[in-house]
Design a protein around this ligand. Structure first.
Ligand code: SF4
Ligand code: MG
Length: 313
């Protein structure tokens, strides 16, 4: 399959007063048509910023460089007017917090219908009929009545599904979902997994970028995994091998910190994004660090996976 999205050498700095926060530090990743890439890592590692950069939804005080090629176009050099056509139509963003992402004073049906009127030129009536079908598809029942309700009349899980309905309504090529399982219980998590499986099954060309620190969730859905640490991608591996044999020492600690692996905490402190460590950003916490690690490691290939660590030189 072809690459749908290619991010090349992306740097994102936030300027806050006179300091610069290095949120993304030279990231290159790609997503193929039909692929699910899970971006994992602790909070504050730059995952959401990377997602928001792809949609160009970052605040004003941001310096951004590199390339983001989507479907052959560099999104970073598109005029805002062109970008608006891509955002919401070709790339959908499913935000982190379902309770604050829906407008409380508008009926859910209207909110789901709006992108279809805007991007697919559907009439109000047709968009509304399509909305009822979508709500039904995503298990919001009875759909016609639910379409006429306000967000506060929905449960948390229903709001989450309404956001996914809104995101998928325009049949985007790429959906970026930020922490879709954050703050929900295990039963609802199973529903979210099923929902993404269903969307993928019904549209095998759709690509997904799932940003999550929920590793069991990533394991259920990923084709490939990219691990972020301190604004960098430190490993990109196929899901078949990653969850059994992660390569990077940070990936290993991340998997070992799961309850099923005995909850071993990752030693040391998360790195500063203002003055990140020199060389390998993980070296202050890495039990294998040597002097060599004070120089930034490049990516090394290991059985078709990529890892930024000298142990694989
Ligand atoms: Fe550890 Fe060195 Fe590998 Fe970094 S490059 S993860 S410090 S061994
Ligand atoms: Mg985040």
């Amino acid at each position: 399959m072809n690459d749908l999205l290619v991010v090349k050498n992306l740097y994102v700095n936030f300027l806050v007063e006179d300091v610069s926060v290095k949120a993304v530090n030279g990231v290159s990743i790609s997503i193929k048509e039909g692929e699910t890439l899970c971006l994992i890592g602790e909070s504050g590692s730059g995952k959401s910023v990377l997602g928001l950069s792809i949609l160009r939804l970052l605040p004003e005080n941001t310096e951004i460089s590199g390339e983001i090629i989507f479907n052959g176009k560099n999104l970073l050099s598109l005029p805002e007017k062109e970008m608006r056509k891509i955002r919401g139509k070709e790339i959908a963003w499913v935000p982190q917090s379902p309770s604050t992402s829906l407008n409380p004073v508008l009926k859910v049906g209207y909110q789901v219908a709006e992108p279809m009127m805007l991007h697919l030129n559907l009439s109000k009536k047709d968009a509304y009929e399509r909305t009822v079908e979508l709500l039904d598809y995503f298990g919001i029942h009875p759909a016609r009545r639910r379409a006429g309700e306000y967000p506060h009349q929905y449960s948390g899980g229903m709001r989450q599904r309404a956001l996914v309905a809104m995101g998928t309504s325009t049949k985007p090529k790429l959906i970026i979902a930020d922490e879709p399982t954050k703050g929900i219980d295990v039963i609802k998590k199973v529903r979210v997994v099923k929902l993404f499986e269903k969307i993928k099954k019904d549209n095998n060309k759709l690509s997904l970028l799932l940003i999550t620190h929920d590793i069991p969730f990533a394991k259920k859905l990923a084709d490939r995994v990219a691990v972020m640490y301190c604004g960098q991608v430190v490993e990109i591996s196929k899901a078949e091998t990653f969850f059994e044999e992660p390569l990077h020492p940070y990936s290993k600690s991340l998997l070992n910190s799961l309850p099923s692996k005995g909850l071993k905490p990752i030693k040391g402190h998360p790195p500063s994004m203002i003055n990140p460590p020199k060389g390998c950003k993980f070296h202050p916490r890495c039990e294998f660090a040597t002097d060599k690690c004070l120089k930034e490691p490049p990516f090394f290939e290991c059985n078709g996976n990529l890892v930024r660590c000298y142990l694989y030189d």
